[in-house]
Structure formats: C-alpha cells, structure tokens
Write a new protein. Structure first.
Length: 135
C-alpha cells in the first residue's frame, strides 16, 4: 500500500491535518484530511481539488485562522509586571472579560511554550499600550 502524504502536504503549506483555515480572498473554510483537501460548507466536507492545485502552484495562499481556546479548555497568556519582567500563566476558557481581552490582544496560546515564544511581541504590545495610555 502506498503512503498517504496529506499530513506532509498540509505541513508544507503551513497548517496541520484537521486545522481549519481560509484561503486569502475567499469566503470558504478548508481543512486537510487524510483523504485530501476539503471545503467546509454547512457541515459538508466536499473535495477541493482545484484549490489544492492552486495552493501547490502558489497562485493562492492560506490564511491561518488564529488559534482560539474551546470552552472549558486551558490556554496560556503572557503577563507583564510593572518592573518590565513577564511570565506565562494558564487559564481555563469560560468566555469572561479576561479571556476575551486576551483573545483581542493576540495573547492566547495553546501551550506554555507557544506563549513564551510569543512573549517578546506580547511584551512590546503591552508596553506600547502603556505608553499610549500614559501620554
């Protein structure tokens, strides 16, 4: 039996198998499955062979959807202290104001490692906000 390469194709294009994404300039959502690229429409997963061809040729481009936590699941955020140092902490998503603020700030990550990797950008964002408020 031949090997299935769909997970490698998805990774090559910058997404994971099962991760929903969009294609720039289009309204549809797509997902790579082991059976190929599927367009998601009204809970129907239909083959999207022409789109796969255009993605592989580079005439269309994937627009990743930002990661979002699911209700009741853990997510990580970066927090800035007054002295300029930072730390990453986890929360359980329940849709409260803290959760929504983290999402709006782009400060919502699936793992501690992802939060720590993004820390320099998050710290800069919060420092810029602090300067704006203090002006």
């Amino acid at each position: 039996m031949a090997k299935n390469y769909m997970s490698e194709v998805a990774k090559m294009l910058g997404v994971e198998l099962g991760e929903e994404f969009e294609v720039k300039g289009r309204d549809e959502k797509f997902v790579f499955e082991t059976s190929g690229l599927k367009m998601i429409k009204n809970n129907y997963h239909g083959a999207a062979v022409p789109t796969l061809y255009r993605l592989l040729r580079g005439t269309e481009e994937i627009a990743r959807r930002p990661w979002r936590p699911k209700k009741g699941k853990e997510y990580w955020s970066v927090f800035l202290r007054q002295d300029g140092s930072w730390y990453a902490d986890s929360y359980c998503y329940d849709g409260d104001v803290t959760d929504l603020s983290s999402i709006l700030a782009g400060n919502c990550f699936p793992t501690q490692e992802a939060a720590e990797a993004a820390a320099p950008d998050i710290v800069k964002f919060y420092e810029d906000v602090r300067k704006m408020v203090e002006e």
